[in-house]
Design a protein around this ligand. Structure first.
Ligand SMILES: Cc1cc2nc3c(=O)[nH]c(=O)nc-3n(C[C@H](O)[C@H](O)[C@H](O)COP(=O)(O)OP(=O)(O)OC[C@H]3O[C@@H](n4cnc5c(N)ncnc54)[C@H](O)[C@@H]3O)c2cc1C
Length: 379
């Protein structure tokens, strides 16, 4: 057992941190204020070839594992870019996993190179307003018309739909849930941004489909197998989110510890008080424990072994640890923690995302209770 990063993984971390150094805390504060997508950051990451880190070499990727992708995404969040930076590229790193695994040769040739080059951005459309976490019950319909489908219905919370050219879409066909990857043609799709608590640089949206024509060639795999295909990509996604959450939490703790050394009140640094230093020490421990679970899940996934329990546990643990760390960072800064210019209030707002999406804490607890402990299904 070796818990340290390999030399290659360490090099990935350093290369990403170098790119991120060009996008300092003020860049992210500005993006959070003006709500603009971080195009320059996306271009810089794409320009270095990083979007293809986990994509097959044959299509311009690097064929590395989820562990390497997690190292990359963690470094982005940890640099201070937080979820504003991580979410700007997240979907392109592993979101098209169903295409890689279940797509045909032509689809991979058509779709992967532009995605890896950063020429096309993809959004991921699963959640619906009236079905929530009960994905199997979703209502958006894809009706067969000759050699194509017409998609009608509504999705919600779809991130990056304002800027994406492509959409990975789960919809209902006669045979059951079916997965498509197609053009987000705004003649048939209305995208309405949701005003939200944080991560303003990366939009989330209501998306309305009004008879969007989707060629049969844009269907991934077989009709009725869409949910199965999506499930395949869920564990790697949870691993990436967990790594990002640990990155954001580490950033908050580092910032708070630095401030606690510098801020003098009652003639001594506030960090000399145990009530300031102990919670930060506990935050550090919780984050590093969650990180071990995330990389255990990544190494299982990369070895082709089952990792559902570990990937879910990592997402849960990292979500809680990150939230606690960001909250403690705000408290460490006192009144200044509430001011935008000290950045930690932004981190706290972003940290909520990892507790809610892509799956809630409650449903992870249900998963562990049923699948690991063998308890009866509660819903
Ligand atoms: C910032 C952000 C970005 C997102 N981006 C995307 C995206 O790009 N694409 C996409 O498809 N989705 C996206 N989502 C949606 C996200 O995945 C969902 O919000 C999440 O899965 C929860 O679904 P819901 O909001 O409908 O909650 P609901 O299903 O309505 O659940 C509400 C609450 O009830 C609890 N609950 C529900 N059923 C049970 C049960 N049986 N037992 C115990 N508790 C239960 C839940 O845990 C939760 O706390 C995003 C969400 C956010 C906030």
């Amino acid at each position: 057992m070796d818990f340290s990063l390999t030399t290659a993984q360490q090099e990935i971390r350093e290369a990403i941190l170098k790119i991120c150094a060009g996008f300092g805390e003020d860049y992210w504060l500005e993006r959070d204020r003006d709500g603009e997508f971080p195009h320059a950051f996306h271009r810089a990451v794409a320009g270095g070839g990083w979007l293809g880190i986990a994509m097959p070499e044959a299509y311009g990727g690097a064929s590395l594992g989820i562990a390497e992708a997690a190292v990359m995404m963690q470094a982005i969040a940890e640099s201070g870019a937080g979820f504003s930076g991580a979410s700007a590229v997240h979907m392109n790193i592993f979101g098209l996993n169903p295409v890689v695994v279940f797509g045909n040769q032509q689809q991979k040739e058509r779709w992967l190179p532009p995605l890896i080059a950063g020429k096309e951005r993809a959004c991921f459309a699963v959640t619906e307003p009236n079905t929530g976490l009960n994905t199997r019950a979703l209502k958006t319909k894809a009706e067969k018309r000759g050699n194509s489908y017409l998609v009608s219905g509504q999705k919600v919370w779809i991130s990056t739909a304002q800027v994406a050219e492509k959409i990975l879409l789960l919809a209902k066909t006669d045979a059951g849930l079916t997965l498509f990857y197609t053009d987000l043609d705004r003649n048939y799709v209305e995208v309405r941004e949701i005003e939200k608590m944080g991560r303003h640089a990366v939009d989330s949206n209501q998306v309305f489909f009004d008879a969007l024509p989707v060629p049969e060639a844009d269907r991934i795999g077989e009709e009725g197998k869409g949910f199965e295909y999506i499930l395949h990509g869920m564990n790697p996604e949870r691993i990436l989110i967990a790594a990002e959450l640990v990155g954001l939490g580490r950033c908050a703790v580092a910032r708070a510890a630095k401030y606690a050394k510098e801020r003098i009140v009652f003639d001594r640094p506030i960090g000399q008080n145990q009530s300031i230093q102990h919670p930060l020490a506990a935050n550090w421990m919780a984050l590093e424990a969650a990180n071990l679970m995330a990389f255990k899940a990544a190494s299982l996934y990369d070895a082709g072994k089952p990792c559902g329990a570990e990937a879910n546990a990592a997402k849960y643990l990292a979500g809680e640890a990150c939230f606690d760390a960001c909250q403690q960072a705000v408290m460490t800064f006192g009144g200044f923690g509430y001011a935008e210019e000290y950045h930690v209030e932004r981190y706290l707002r972003e940290s909520f995302i990892g507790r809610i999406a892509p799956v809630s804490r409650e449903l992870i607890l249900c998963f562990i209770a049923e699948r690991v402990l063998g308890l009866p299904k509660s819903y």
